[in-house]
Design a protein around this ligand. Structure first.
Ligand code: ACM
Ligand code: ZN
Length: 765
């Protein structure tokens, strides 16, 4: 009788186990066994009481279990059913790894450190129900061996552009820890707000933490105060609050790296202490934090600035035990330094030839101070400019170039390239998504990220500490917005930085993600369901244009139309790339279980003409970041749009000179070049476009020119076809020369610098 009941119980429990183990990040090895361990009121947490540090870990486990079940686990009482954790020297798993061994009688977690034990507990939590329930607390029997691939598994949060409460910061840290991320980069200082109490400099928070509220909360700078207006928008953390957050994080194995930005991006500090800037006039309406006509940098020629920063850092280091202290260092506008007698004198005295070297002097002097306190300095990759400080750690954000350069010089590096780990970029849409800063970093792009660049010699790969996602909040004003932008992309990153590269499996990740989505729903967390957009990719092969369709949505089909109608389950089902041989529009959508995905369909217009799919050669190469569809961009039939930058070929400072080989001599009567203007992004229509044809590829004859039309000059955004029509003439080659605007106009933020030129297609008829 007993045997039969056991047998009946075992089968469903085993099935349950298979469904419910959806750990993210994927453990290094996980073997499910039959049976399960049930947590109930008789379960005790067992550990070595002599080790005081384990008490907090036991409490962390107990409170987690209480939250979901109401059960109060005893500690070190009885011997009947134990969740036992033990610090014991264990090979292979390193400082943060753990072994989790579940049998019907006990759950055993073994690690080399408390951090490992916490991760074992997090894995346990991910197996159990995620919210309060009366369900049986069954843990499937299993053996797990798990340890991280990288030691820096970071998430950044900008609390300066918009302030987020202590509660929100704790929620953020809790989410990090649940997914075994171990570094919280707290961006505490920027132009828009100084967020950390500094006892020696109280005005930093009395003034610097607040700005006037003009109801323009998205992308608010420090707007100018009107007469009598008070600065009421903002906030800061007291030192007591910071200590509390640091302790909260440590209990979850999370180290907080504070960022105290310098020498640029510090309008908030300058508003508080104007004497720290280069400006000779300090006429600030201080309450508004307006610094108009002032530099938002510290003066690099003023010794008081170094004394100030050292005293600030002294208080910061007393609050944060982190080995790494972040000093910012990005995007310093050096204009004020160029015009400042003190800065120029410093350059003379120190024999510094450029303002980049002055920045390097600034950073090196600060590094010396930080190293003297037995810490390590980390900064954005601009700290490479003008010479890298001796032991500095580089956070590579402008792509991976800075990181590669630093790692080659044997400096530690954290990879955080804008593409794909800036989580302030869109993850879907952009139609229907909350307004974001631009760019598209979808879940799959994050999942596919590899932090060790291929170009890095293998002996230098050990300098890549890991990777981090950054959440800048110019466009994120609410807690819900923060949740939405990191969920679920942080889960993809967690798998990138924790799990072995060889175990990456997009399908498996998506399967496991379902369990976590359910948890988000149950907990009321805001998250993105991901991009249901179909990617339409033009391909040119053997002189023919075809189109490939792909999707990040698993288990669904792709349907498309060519007649302009919205696709549905009755449209053409996509199986393989198809040819495009006439001017038409591709519209495509995912169809899941017979239902069309909720987003609007992806759409791409194709123009087919005499130069379609023909080879193009360039006198000046397009910029590496705007390669679009490579050398075939101008003949791939795809027209660019205002929203999507990837179809535009970008040229900087040099003219576009493109020659197309039509393959045979043929009558030509019209040539045009499609161009973009988006003045805010420094993209201007060319000054003029010249069209030429040739039969032999040596002797060219001009067939027309078009000057930039005057009525377009003032448009901030425009797409315009420069064109010429003529009596048909024989041609085998077509050459198009577009003259770039050499200097951005007066009053433009880039006044005097060259413009960008963006082109999408050369149409030959
Ligand atoms: C940065 O995104 N400016 C580091
Ligand atoms: Zn100066």
């Amino acid at each position: 009788m007993k045997k039969i009941i056991l047998g009946l119980l075992l089968v469903p429990c085993f099935l349950l186990a298979q469904q419910k183990v959806s750990i993210i990040p994927q453990p290094v090895s996980l073997q499910l066994d039959k049976g399960n361990f049930t947590i109930d009121a008789r379960t005790t947490i067992s550990y070595n009481k002599a080790d005081k540090s384990l008490k907090a870990t036991a409490n962390f486990l107990a409170s987690g279990i209480k939250k979901i079940s109401g059960i109060n686990l005893s500690q070190n009482k009885g011997n009947f059913k134990k969740i036992e954790f033990k610090i014991s020297p264990t090979n292979e798993i390193g400082e943060e790894g753990y072994l989790l061994n579940v049998t019907p009688d006990a759950v055993k977690i073994t690690a080399n450190s408390n951090k490992g034990l916490i991760y074992g507990i997090q894995s346990l939590f991910q197996i159990l129900p995620q919210i309060r329930t009366n369900a049986v607390m069954a843990v499937p029997c299993m053996q797990v061996k798990d340890y991280p691939r990288f030691k820096w598994r970071g998430m950044h949060l900008d609390v300066s552009r918009h302030f987020f409460s202590v509660d929100m910061v704790k929620e953020y840290i809790e989410l990090l820890a649940y997914y075994k991320m171990n570094t919280f980069h707290w961006h505490l200082v920027d132009d828009q707000g100084w967020r950390i109490e500094i006892k020696k400099y109280p005005k930093l928070t009395e003034i610097g933490a607040w700005r006037v509220d003009h109801n323009d909360k998205v992308w608010s700078y420090r707007p100018q105060a009107k007469e009598g207006e008070e600065a009421t928008y903002g906030g800061f953390y007291t030192q007591e609050e910071i200590k509390d957050v640091v302790k909260f994080a440590a209990e979850r194995g999370v180290n907080i790296v504070p960022e105290i930005e310098m020498p640029g991006h510090v309008a908030s500090a300058i508003a508080s202490y104007p004497e720290l800037s280069c400006s000779q006039k300090h006429q600030l309406p201080l309450t508004g934090g307006d610094y108009t006509n002032m530099s938002s940098n510290y003066c690099a020629g003023n010794d008081e600035v170094f004394k100030f920063n050292e005293e600030v850092l002294t208080e910061v280091m007393a609050l944060f035990p982190s080995k790494y202290i972040h000093i910012g260092g990005d995007e310093v506008d050096k204009t004020a330094w160029k015009n400042c007698p003190k800065c120029q004198k410093r350059m003379q005295n120190e024999n510094l030839k450029t303002e980049e070297e002055l920045q390097s002097y600034f950073i090196k002097r600060i590094e010396k101070f930080i190293v003297g306190k037995n810490r390590k300095m980390i900064g954005w990759d601009e700290i490479l400019e003008g010479g890298l400080a001796q032991e500095a750690v580089v956070m590579s954000w402008r792509g991976e170039k800075g990181g590669i350069e630093a790692a080659k010089m044997n400096h530690e590096v954290v990879m955080t390239p804008g593409n794909p780990v800036y989580f302030d970029h869109y993850q879907a849409g952009p139609d229907g998504e909350p307004l974001a800063i631009g760019g598209m970093n979808t879940l799959k792009k994050v999942y596919d990220y590899e932090p060790i660049p291929k170009e890095l010699p293998s002996e230098n790969s050990k300098y890549i500490l890991g990777a981090q996602a950054n959440l800048w909040t110019e466009y994120i004003t609410t807690n819900e917005g923060v949740e939405y932008m990191i969920l679920p992309r942080m889960l993809a990153l967690a798998e990138v930085v924790w799990s072995p590269a060889t175990s990456k499996d997009w399908n498996s990740f998506n399967q496991r993600l379902k369990w976590h989505f359910r948890g988000f729903q149950q907990k009321g967390l805001h998250y993105s369901e991901g991009s249901d957009k179909i990617t339409i990719t033009p391909r040119i092969e053997n002189g023919q244009l075809s189109v490939a369709l792909s999707s990040e949505v698993l288990g669904c089909d792709i349907y498309y139309t060519l007649d302009g109608s919205d696709p549905n389950g009755n449209s053409i089902k996509y199986n393989a790339p198809f040819l495009i041989d006439k001017t038409e529009t591709v519209l495509a959508a995912s169809v899941c279980d017979g239902k069309v995905s909720k987003g609007i369909p992806s759409k791409l217009d194709f123009s087919i003409h005499k130069a379609s799919a023909k080879n193009v050669s360039y006198l000046n190469n397009p910029a590496s970041s705007y390669q679009a569809n490579g050398n075939n961009t101008l003949t791939d039939g795809v027209r660019g749009t205002f929203n999507v930058s990837k179809y535009w070929h970008g040229f900087y400072a040099k003219d576009l000179v493109a020659t197309i080989d039509l393959g045979e001599t043929t009558p030509v009567r019209k040539i045009s070049l499609g161009c973009l203007q988006n003045t805010g992004d420094w993209i201007f229509l060319p000054k003029a476009v010249k069209f030429e044809i040739s039969v032999d590829g040596l002797n060219y004859k001009e067939v027309g020119q078009e000057i930039m039309p005057l009525n377009k000059v003032k448009d901030s955004k425009a797409i315009y076809n420069f064109a010429t029509s003529f009596v048909p003439q024989q041609a085998k080659y077509v050459r198009v020369t577009a003259k770039i605007l050499p200097e951005l106009p007066k009053g433009h933020s880039g006044e005097g610098k060259p413009a960008w030129l963006f082109a999408d297609e050369i149409i030959v008829e």
